[in-house]
Design a protein. Structure first.
Lengths: 285, 306
């Protein structure tokens, strides 16, 4: 990669050489990024013997034995449902509470508004994992251990800071004219927020929603601590139990991985711009 | 009339702001403050005992075998940080620079590099565990197929390569993040500046060093700070790939794992020990908070001095 030396003569050849090198780096990198995923998907349609003998060969895509085994022989559908319930409820609560706070901070002048914004922003940098002992005791005292509520509460708390950050920034950019006109007509504050401002906030909600959805959907740490009952496990947590149960049946393992990864991959390919914007929203100013 | 309207408005603001604030206090502020308090108490299982001052801290820092393990794990975190600095942020910068060119196919490559980022750490961990299997993993099968069989080895089974294997898996998973943050930084460089540079020099190296690198300083600040925090919070990947005990022989033990083991028990000794666990959490927390603020301030200064 580094053997190319640049001469100072401008010219077509030098440009071609430079662009060629860049293409080689990019193609090599994309190969490294995609090959493991392709091998994973191929292996879901193979038997153990085929995986060990020819891991790179195209499989017989009609062989869905392993996939059926995962879908109907394990708790996979249940884990999927749990993940969906937890993620959807958390995001609904995050967007509701986050928009409420952001709206108040961004649209009204009141004492302490800046302090409250700073308070939310401070939450951005706190590694909540290190407070897992008090959280565990708190959940036990609230009787929430081994319930989906424990996860929803914690995801809302971790998701609020970034959401308030994104939404406040966005709501501040909205023009005042509509709001003032409605106020002149005697509309209540609640009505102004609901019917006039909220429809304008949707794009920011999509960004905030995706930014929260991916880490919540993928989280493994909090279920590990809070959830013991198999029937309440989320998908990432459930996958780790397959590793123990089917440790030697690689076809089944790869099927489990593929089934969990594919929905996210397909969604990502369709909405790649929104995913990338959402997940880098906090880091890209 | 005026006053009632005013209180109505205040009530409305309070109704908007209090529920989210209450949530943050209960599930974020209170646990973090308690984490500090808990470290100064003796614990009997889940029950809090006597106030014992700094005894828990003394234990994890200076008493055998706790101190040994703390230092061992800490050294591994430092290794993880520097290795990822090169493999994740360094490679990310190079890839961003390549993507910035907007050559044919750039859109495809941009989507490809970020694809692993959206996957769960659990998927990444199991995938790489299977790929790195000594006999049947694709890594060793490929090496043998390329006639490099002598390089094939039990990557996760030996002390010398186990942690590196985890670092590589992490770099594969997350390299898209710094890449796209750097790319966004490069795309914000005004074209006038770039045109002016093009008149001055043809050398790519000079261009990168004198113009691109200083101008993406804000992106670098974010990416470096986030990597620092995640390197010293490292938990999921070592837990899933090396196991709760950091096998083999503690070669993949990191502070996050050691904290988890101390607090919630390991397979071998399943006893909670919340006292030393809390002390470790406080130490890690303070270390991350102080150093990441220092790094941010230092890097910010670099941004202004341009």
């Amino acid at each position: 990669m580094t053997t190319k030396t640049y001469d100072h003569r401008p010219g077509l050849l030098a440009t071609l050489g430079r662009d060629g090198l860049i293409q080689i780096i990019l193609i090599a990198n994309s190969f490294i990024m995609l090959a493991p995923i392709v091998i994973m998907i191929f292996s879901a349609f193979k038997t153990n013997a085929e995986i060990f003998r020819s891991p790179f060969a195209l499989p017989d895509f009609t062989n869905v034995t392993s996939i059926m085994k995962i879908w109907s022989g394990t708790n996979f559908p249940l884990y999927l449902l749990n993940s969906f319930i937890v993620a959807a409820s958390s995001i609904a609560v995050i967007l509701t509470l986050g928009t409420m706070a952001a709206y108040a901070i961004a649209r009204y002048e009141f004492r302490g508004a800046n302090f409250i914004l700073l308070f939310f922003l401070a939450g951005l940098t706190l590694p909540l994992k290190l407070a897992i002992i008090p959280l565990f005791i708190l959940m036990r005292d609230l009787g929430l251990l081994d319930t989906r509520f424990s996860l929803i509460c914690i995801y809302v708390a971790t998701g609020l800071p970034t959401t308030v950050f994104i939404m406040t920034g966005f709501i501040r950019t909205l023009p005042n004219e509509l709001e003032d006109a409605a106020r002149m007509d005697g509309a209540s504050e609640a009505r102004i927020m609901w019917s006039i401002m909220l429809p304008l906030v949707k794009p920011a909600m999509v960004i905030a929603g995706i930014q929260n959805a991916v880490p919540i959907w993928n989280d493994f740490f909090f279920p590990l601590i809070f959830i013991q009952k198999d029937s309440l496990k989320t998908l990432p947590q459930g996958l780790t139990t397959f590793m123990g149960e089917y440790g030697t049946d690689w076809g089944v393992l790869f099927s489990g991985l593929t089934l969990s990864a594919l929905p996210v991959i397909v969604l990502y390919i369709i909405l790649s711009r929104q995913f990338i914007n959402g997940m880098t929203a906090g880091a890209v100013k | 009339m005026f006053t009632t309207r005013l209180t109505g408005r205040n009530l409305w603001i309070a109704a908007l702001i209090l529920p989210p604030l209450a949530f943050m206090c209960l599930f974020l502020v209170y646990p973090i403050l308690s984490a500090f308090a808990y470290a100064f108490y003796e614990w009997h299982g889940l029950a809090r005992g006597e106030f014992i001052g700094l005894a828990n801290f003394h234990k994890v820092l200076f008493e055998y075998p706790f101190s040994e393990r703390t230092v061992n794990a800490f050294v591994h975190n430092i290794f993880v940080f520097f290795a990822l600095m090169v493999l994740q942020n360094g490679v990310g910068f190079v890839l961003a620079y390549c993507l910035w060119r907007e050559l044919p196919g750039a859109r495809f490559h941009r989507i490809a590099v970020f694809l692993p980022v959206v996957l769960s750490t659990v998927i990444v961990a199991i995938l790489w565990k299977l790929f790195l299997h000594p006999l049947f993993g694709v890594v060793n099968i490929s090496l043998r197929g390329l006639g490099l069989g002598f390089l094939a080895q039990p990557w996760q089974g030996q002390d010398t390569t186990a942690l590196t294997a985890i670092v590589v898996a992490n770099a594969w998973h997350m390299v898209g993040f710094p890449t796209l943050v750097f790319l966004a930084g490069m795309q914000r460089i005004p074209t006038e500046i770039l045109d002016a540079v093009r008149m001055e020099t043809e050398s790519e190296w000079v261009k990168v060093r004198k113009i691109v690198w200083p101008l993406v300083a804000p992106s670098a600040t974010v990416v470096f700070t986030l990597l620092f925090v995640s390197a010293f919070n490292f938990f999921e990947l070592p837990f899933l790939m090396g196991g709760v005990d950091g096998s083999p022989h503690g070669a993949t033990d990191v502070l996050g794992l050691y904290f988890y083991r101390t607090a919630f028990g390991s397979m071998s000794a399943s006893a909670e020990n919340f006292g030393p666990g809390s002390a470790l959490a406080v130490l890690i927390f303070l270390f991350i908070a102080i150093l990441s603020s220092a790094i941010t301030l230092w890097l910010r200064k670099r941004e202004i001095q341009l």
